[in-house]
Design a protein around this ligand. Sequence first.
Ligand code: PMP
Ligand code: GLU
Length: 399
Amino acid sequence: MALTVSHRCQNIAPSVTLQIDARAKEMRAAGLDVIGFGVGEPDFPTPEHICDAAKEALALGLTRYTPAAGTKELRKAICKKLLRDNDMTYSYGDILVSSGAKHTLFTILQGIIDPGDEVLIPTPCWVSYPEMVRMAGGVPIFVPADESTNFIPTNKDIASRVTRRTKAIIITSPSNPNGSVWDQDQLQFVADLAVSHPFYVISDEIYEKLIYDGRKHLSIAQLGEQIKAQTFIVNGMSKAYAMTGWRIGYVAGPRHEISAMASFQSQATSNANTIAQYAAMKALEGDQTCVDEMVAEFQKRRDLMVERINQIPNLSCRKPQGAFYIMMNIKKVLGMSYNGRLLESSMDFAELLLAEKQVAVVPGAAFEAEGFCRLSYAVSMEQIEEGVSRIAEFMRQLS
Ligand code: PMP
Ligand code: GLU
C-alpha cells in the first residue's frame, strides 16, 4: 500500500485567512512593520472579569473532562443568553458546545450531510464553508450576489438553486466577508423556502453583537416555531468577547440532531477546553458593557476606513452594517501594472501589497469574490490611517 495522504486531505485547500495571518506574523517577527488588515480577530484583550473566571476555575481545580456536549451550567447559560438577547426558548439538551464556532460548523455539517447532498452558500462567503461541506462529502452550491444587492442574493437566485438534493443553506448575518446584515423580509423568504422544501438552515450568528448604527440583530429562527425546528444557530465567544484563542463555540438546534452531533463529537474531540468553558459562562452571564465598548470602537474604525478607502482613486467600498470587514472593490485595478508586474487577480493585488507596502489583506478569491479584497478593521485607528495611506501610495505607483 502506497504511503500517501488521503484523497480527502489532498483535495482540501488551506484556510487563506489563516495563511495570510501566518505570513504577516512571520514578516513581523523578521522585524518588518506589517499592518494587518488580514485575519478577522479583535485586537482587544479578553476582558478582565472573563480572565478572572478562568483563573478561578484553575484555582478550584476545575481541570477535568466535562460532558462531551459541554457543562450543564454553560449550556444553561447559553439558553439564558438566547432568551435574553434573541427571545428564543431552548433547553440545555438543545445545545452543543465545541472548540470554537469553526468546530461547531464542522460538526453540524458532519451531522447532517450525506455524500452528494447539496448545501446552498450565498457568496461572497467565509473561506471555510465550501471546504467544510466538501469534507462532509457534500456539494457546495454557490448563490452569487454583488454590491448592487448589498452582497445578499436575490430571492429568485436562491430559489432557482434549490433541487431535490438541497439539504441546507448557510446564512451569515452579519456577514464575513462583506459585513452585510440580512433584512427580515430576506430571512422570511429563506425561512418559507426552507420549511416548504424542507431543508435545514445553518445560521452563523458569530458577528451578532457587531452590528452598527443602532440596528438590531434578527435570527432566522425567531421567525416562527417551524423554521426554528430546522435551524442550527451557530455562535461563539471569539468575536463579541475578544476570545479567539479560547476556542469556544456553540450551536442551538433541534434536539435529535444535536444529540447525534454530541455523540459524533464524543468520539472525535470530547469536550471543549474545560477552563475556557468556565470563562465563557462568565462572559455570557457577566457585565455586557465590555461588548458595547468594543462595538462603539469598531463603528468608529469602520467609518474611518470606509471614508479613507473611498478617497483613493480607482478603489471603492460600501459601508457595511456589521462584523469588522469591508470588501474593497479592486476591479478597476486589474490590468494595471506595478513596476512591470501585471495585476491580474485579487491574489496578485494582495501579494504585491504585502511584499511592497507590508499591508496584509485577503484576496476576494478566497471568498468566491474575485475583483475584491477583504480588509479587517479590527485594528487601531492609527493602523487604519497608516495602512490605508500605504494602499494609497501603492495605487499611485500603478500604471
Ligand atoms: N464563522 C465565521 C463567519 C467566522 O468569521 C469565524 C471566524 N473565524 C468563525 C465562524 C469561527 O470562529 P471561531 O472558530 O473562532 O469561533
Ligand atoms: N474568521 C476569521 C477570518 O475570516 C478568522 C480566520 C479563520 O478562522 O479562518 O479572518
